[in-house]
Ligand binder design. Structure first.
Ligand code: MF3
Ligand code: CO
Ligand code: CO
Length: 287
């Protein structure tokens, strides 16, 4: 049957149905995973996450200014804690599910969640990921960068560069009304050109009102899979790229059970940003 007159769409609450609602309903009917309302941030929430992102960026800038050979990772932890707290923020990692420090410092074969410690002294040629998350007025922003200590090998240099490209290529693939799988697919394709392994056991995530929200942002996989991404969603992309195997383990020496290392103990690199999906593509909230 056909409607004689053009009907305006209304849902039962009387609110007009927007183009976004139509897209969501369309894909939901096709059996796709779609975001719930709470994953679409209000302008006020976006402003809050943006402000948290400013502090978070400044924390990592402070690390960039001070990181050097001979320093231990507990000193990096102190830089992050002091900067964040003195600017009104709280380090999200501290005491998060038993995590004992304010930042993750992951050196060489440590993939992520490296715990700062006095014995971990940075030496020439090390590559290190520093991952920090700020809570400001209840809003979360999460980002990480790689640092190369002095001069490293061309192989490690390339790994760090390609991991960054993976983040950039993933961000470019993220368009309004795309699927999370479009991002992962683009990342995997780039990493595998270099025969690198893309870590599968850990992923990016929605972020903003909590540390880890839906959706899971896998850094590998197929286009059109995973959750539909619509304007107003805030999430991280944070590919972990291994020089060798994609497989990872929890380091048996870590009494906290947090530190993740590569299966073959070859190096790993990671970059992370918090992104807002807009009507046109992503905006970085953590730079
Ligand atoms: N910042 C990490 C992420 O990107 C999470 C670290 S959780 C911690 O999701 F407890 F290890 F700090
Ligand atoms: Co992070
Ligand atoms: Co994250």
């Amino acid at each position: 049957m056909v409607f004689k007159k053009k009907r305006r769409w209304h849902c039962l609450s009387g609110q007009p149905i927007t183009d976004m609602d139509k897209q969501v309903m369309y894909w939901e009917n096709k059996g796709k995973l779609v975001p719930t309302r709470d994953l679409i941030k209000t302008p006020e929430q976006i402003e809050g996450i943006r402000r948290s992102g400013v502090i978070n960026t400044e924390v990592l800038d402070e690390v960039a200014k001070n990181i050097h050979e001979g320093m231990n990772t507990l000193e990096i932890d102190k830089i992050c804690y002091d900067y964040c707290v003195s600017h009104g923020g709280t380090p999200a990692c501290l005491n998060y599910e038993g995590y004992p420090k304010s930042v993750c410092t992951s050196i060489n074969e440590v993939v992520c969640h490296g715990i700062p410690k006095e014995e971990d002294v940075l030496k020439e040629g090390d590559i290190i990921n520093v991952d920090f998350t700020t809570i400001l007025d209840g809003y979360y922003a999460d980002a990480s960068r790689m640092f190369i200590i002095g001069k490293t090998t061309p192989e490690k240099e390339q790994l760090v560069r390609v991991a960054k490209e993976c983040l950039e290529i993933g961000a470019e693939a993220a368009k309004p009304y795309c699927f999370v799988g479009d991002i992962g697919h683009a990342i995997q394709k780039h990493a595998e050109k270099y025969h690198y392994g893309v870590v599968r056991d850990l992923c990016g995530h929605g972020v903003g009102l909590k540390f880890h929200e839906e959706p899971e942002v896998l850094h590998f996989g197929h286009r059109g899979t995973g959750m539909l991404i619509v304007p107003g969603m805030v999430f991280t992309i944070e590919p972990m790229i291994n020089m060798g195997t994609w497989q990872v383990f929890i380091d048996a020496d870590d009494k906290y059970g947090w530190e993740v290392i590569t299966g073959d103990e070859k190096p790993s690199a990671q970059w992370e940003h918090t992104f807002l999906m807009t009507e046109h593509g992503v905006e970085i909230l953590s730079e």
